[in-house]
Design a protein around this ligand. Structure first.
Ligand SMILES: [Zn+2]
Length: 215
């Protein structure tokens, strides 16, 4: 009897593991281009913050530091992968690059959305906009940068018109929202999480997005 119970338990366990294994995983790779020269420790912390926010929505993210010039390409072999809708690029811009693009503490970043119906894969964030707001606090700087990266990636995964009345996609970030940055409570709404997971699965299947335009 004991053996029988053990066998049933094992069968159920194997069945569960099999079901988990066959379930498609919502996962995207994020290639990071650190033009701003953000300290590696701070950037890694920012990436962990953004990854935490996405994990809460059921989307796993893998972050890779990528080369800034063709000459550095050999040192970053992991970044030499073919273009795919499951790979997005985040450019962490220097002050001069941000100013040229008109990024400020009003906007913090931007996402490039396709006008021809394709999935958006490129976002850019203004590093010093977060740094100055953090007023010398490295942890606040990393948290802010992580939120901005998560927000701009949110535009890539939600499509046009994705600012909302509350949560991480609400703009402008008011004082109350900035306080919640420090507490790590600024996240996507459940509805946004569902929409983003659906888009990741659509990207996985190679489908066209349901909506696409510039934002
Ligand atoms: Zn936005």
């Amino acid at each position: 009897m004991k053996t029988l119970v053990g066998s049933w338990f094992l069968l159920i366990l194997v069945g569960t593991l099999h079901a988990e294994a066959s379930k498609p995983e919502a996962k995207i790779q994020v290639f990071v281009y650190n033009y701003a020269g953000v300290a590696p420790k701070t950037l890694a912390r920012a990436e962990r913050e953004a990854a935490r926010i996405y994990t809460r929505t059921g989307i796993e993210t893998e972050w890779l530091e990528c080369p800034l010039t063709p000459g550095e390409a050999a040192q970053y072999l992991a970044c030499q992968l073919p273009v795919s809708p499951l790979r997005v690029a985040i450019r962490v811009l220097s002050r001069s690059m941000s100013e040229r693009l008109g990024l400020s503490q009003q906007t913090f970043g931007s996402a490039l959305l396709s006008e021809d119906g394709g999935f958006g894969t490129i976002a850019q964030v203004c590093a010093h906009c977060s740094e100055e707001l953090a007023k010398g606090s490295e942890s606040m700087y990393a948290a802010m940068l992580g939120l901005v990266m998560a927000h701009e990636m949110g535009h890539l995964l939600l499509g046009a018109g994705s600012h909302s009345a509350s949560g991480l996609m609400h703009v402008p970030w008011q004082k109350k929202a900035l306080e919640s940055v420090a507490q790590g409570t600024l996240v996507f709404t459940p509805r946004e999480g569902e929409r983003m997971r659906q888009q990741v699965f659509a990207r996985l299947r190679g489908q066209e997005p349901m909506q696409a335009s510039r934002n």
